[in-house]
Design a protein around this ligand. Structure first.
Ligand code: HDE
Length: 709
């Protein structure tokens, strides 16, 4: 009897960019669009792409026009339901390379094998907005990774924040209903700055720690490339020899953690709603491949699943890195853009239950709920139970699952015995025990009364919110205060603001007072403990690792510099600057008042942006070349003013300094490099300043100015 397998899946993988096996022999060919001839879906060649079949040139269209009907019918059904959360996303292909040191904790071969390489697809997303919403809204970002391992697919469906709003999955529909637009007017789109969200989180105080992250700069990343990622829940790793450990997964961006400033995020939402997906695709296309290290925090698999007083099953708690260091175990590199957004980024189906031997879940009640939801949601979204056969979801190992038929079945199964045991199929497929690579979870004891309750340790809702606040620098604290004041300022219901201020008082008295001042509300009395700290501290008071400000300059690969020029500008200097930036992997864009070319003598430069088509948000630094200093266009001034206000690196040489002066930027202001001539010292200083991301030293100066006026 032949094996009861899908023909393609037994063959060694010949894969295209989406992992689609190319057709061979008599197997069905999975590729679309073969041949140069336009055909119907049935492969019939078609003579005309522009006219329907009519009774005379001025007559009605005929029912018999199967070409027209097939085309319109297909078009009418092009949309599939968007994801109920994380609808807006962007993805990329890549590779994960293991360092090999994880073998001490897990038998999962893709993690434990030294230099083992595993293809991956990653999808980044926002949570609240619809598919067409803006990228840069204040929101949590999804960070979902599908590893096509040699032992089957493993999905690490994480976020860019290490905790979550709720502790029990039963509340997930509620928090999402509260965060989504109000049901009557369907406003506001893709944001949390409205009454129902704050009503929910102020009453569900377990959300407090997560809300601190949401109000921090983490919620407005500069780029997907500059975000951390977290598995959030505690997982169990098994080494295959009886040893287990509890772990948390971390993705550490090689490019460092960077964020937008709030005004920039808002401008981008209008000027370039595709800001983050464009950045990702551009960087990959330019060869500045985004990279992360995968790290593990490893804790003992103790009976009570507590670590230093922290309940490892509570998804609103982190384990501070100072208590359990993040140990790097491999590197992820994104190196190819999708070929087709729908086929890959939209149709990819993640599931927390896509696990491989050596990686197991724990009893975290949020994770347990997710183990149900992800499979269930794909049935509606992807139209039935066969979504694993879509090229982007298909494992890169033989699949022999005995699942049959169903909507959109694309496999032609052979054999008559899709059941076990059988005699008609030679007893195949065979089951595999742990030794043969079967997924056999570590036996764990589950005993207890049937109750709807949480453990007492889940009642601490404030101590880590306070730790987060304590760990921020002044600039980060300022941003958090501004974010709370903005968001609560957008709430119309007074009781909602009151409730929230009372919660803030339990985190930190100063935080509460400053937000209350901004809202023009009295600070709630009698709520804060005398020192403004939460009553119960578990773990640590302060975790410096939580601050995202760089202490030394980081890499600038994939970052963008805009150079203002005009006809007659020092194009030799521009060219040298481009060389320096390109050697660091950064990109230079020439901005001029007009399109086409700018010239000086025999030299010329292509104008890539005009003052009409660009805005400061596009750049990490702005430079004015000698010869562009007498520009009078208001938009050039705005570009510089915004870049300065957003604390970006700024430079000018020669008469370029005049334009800075026209924008009110002093030559000796922090993060501003002015020189008489284009020089390598200036270029180096610019690279260093960009590596620090922002020149925050400007902030107090700006504040003084605001106060003074
Ligand atoms: Fe999700 N989540 N989630 N989530 N989630 C979905 O699955 C859900 C949670 C996350 O790029 C949905 O295919 C429940 C935590 C990401 O395709 C859905 C609960 C974390 C993505 C779903 C959570 C996440 C999703 C919607 C509470 C971080 C996008 C469409 C128990 C660790 C994946 C879909 C992609 C998507 C359910 C909480 C991350 C409905 C019930 C915590 C990154 O199944």
């Amino acid at each position: 009897m032949p094996d009861d397998r899908q023909p393609d899946q037994t063959a060694p993988a010949v894969v295209g960019p989406a992992g689609a096996p190319a057709g061979s022999g008599t197997s069905p060919d999975w590729r679309a669009q073969q041949g140069d001839q336009l055909t119907s879906a049935q492969g019939v060649r078609l003579p005309d792409a522009d006219h329907s079949l009519k009774a005379g040139p001025r007559g009605p269209t005929l029912m018999e026009d199967f070409h027209f009907r097939e085309k319109i019918t297909h078009f009418d059904h092009e949309r599939i339901p968007e994801r109920v959360v994380h609808a807006r996303g962007a993805g990329a292909h890549g590779v994960f390379r293991a360092y090999g040191n994880a073998a001490q904790w897990t038998r999962a071969a893709f993690l434990s094998g030294k230099d083992a390489e595993t293809p991956v697809f990653v999808r980044f997303s926002t949570v609240l907005g619809s598919r067409g919403s803006a990228d840069t809204v204040r929101d949590v970002r999804g960070f979902a990774v599908k590893f096509y391992t040699d032992e089957g697919n493993f999905d690490l469906v994480g976020n860019n924040m290490p905790v979550f709003f709720i502790q029990d999955a039963i509340k997930f529909p509620d928090i999402i209903h509260a965060g989504k637009p109000h049901p009557d007017r369907e406003i506001p789109q893709a944001q949390s700055a409205h009454d129902t969200f704050w009503d929910f989180v102020s009453l569900h105080t377990e959300a407090t720690h997560m809300v601190m992250w949401l109000m921090s700069d983490r919620a407005i990343p500069r780029s997907f490339r500059t975000m951390e990622g977290f598995g959030v829940h505690t997982f169990r790793l098994a080494d295959g020899k009886g040893g287990t450990a509890l772990v948390k997964f971390h993705w550490k961006p090689v490019a460092g953690i960077h964020s937008l400033v709030w005004e920039e995020a808002q401008l981008a939402a209008g000027m370039d709603p595709d800001f983050l997906r464009r950045d990702l695709a551009d960087a990959i296309e330019a060869g500045a491949f985004p990279e992360w290290e995968l790290g593990l925090q490893v804790m003992p698999d103790s009976e009570d699943q507590m670590f230093e007083g922290i309940d490892l099953l509570d998804p609103t708690k982190i384990v501070p890195e100072e208590l359990a260091p993040v140990q790097p175990v491999g590197r992820l590199t994104l190196n190819a853009n999708p070929t087709n957004f729908f086929a890959e980024t939209e149709q990819i189906a993640f599931h927390t239950g896509h696990l491989v031997p050596g990686i197991e879940v724990t009893d975290d009640p949020l994770m347990q709920g997710r183990m149900f939801s992800y499979l269930d949601t794909q049935l509606t979204r992807l139209g039935g139970p066969n979504f694993s056969q879509l090229p982007i979801n298909r494992p890169r190992v033989p699949v022999n699952d005995m699942l049959r038929d169903g909507m959109h079945q694309t496999a032609v199964h052979t054999g008559v015995a899709p059941y076990l045991p059988n005699s008609l199929g030679d007893g195949k497929p065979q089951v595999a025990d742990a030794k043969a690579g079967g997924y056999v979870p570590t036996p764990r004891r589950i005993a207890g009364p049937v109750v709807r309750e949480s453990p007492v340790s889940f009642e601490d809702h404030y101590s880590q919110a306070t730790m987060f606040w304590n760990s921020m620098t002044q600039v980060e604290k300022l941003h958090i205060v501004e974010a709370f004041t903005f968001e609560l300022g957008k709430c119309y219901e007074q009781p909602v603001r009151d409730q929230m201020l009372e919660n803030l008082a339990k985190i930190d008295a100063e935080l509460c007072m400053t937000v209350a001042e901004g809202l023009g509300m009295p600070t709630p009395s009698g709520v804060a403990t005398p020192d403004g700290k939460a009553e119960l501290i578990v773990g640590l008071d302060v975790s410096p690792a939580l601050s995202q400000l760089p202490l030394k300059p980081g890499p600038i690969a994939g970052r963008k510099v805009g150079v203002l020029v005009d006809d007659g500008a020092d194009l030799a200097g521009v060219s040298k600057l481009r060389d320096s930036l390109e050697s660091e992997g950064a990109v230079l864009h020439v901005i001029a008042p007009h399109g086409g070319m700018v010239k000086k003598g025999a030299r010329s430069e292509v104008v890539e942006r005009t003052l009409l088509t660009t805005r400061s948000i596009e750049f990490d630094a702005v430079v004015v070349a000698d010869g562009a200093g007498s520009m009078t266009d208001r938009r050039a001034i705005t570009l510089l003013e915004e870049a300065f206000r957003h604390c970006k690196a700024i430079a000018a040489w020669g008469d370029g300094a005049n334009l800075l002066a026209a924008a009110g930027i002093e030559a000796d202001a922090p993060g501003v490099q002015v020189s008489e001539k284009a020089s390598s010292a200036q270029r180096k200083a610019l690279v260093r300043a960009m590596g620090m991301h922002r020149e925050w030293a400007r902030l107090p100066q700006l504040l003084e100015e605001v106060v003074a006026t």
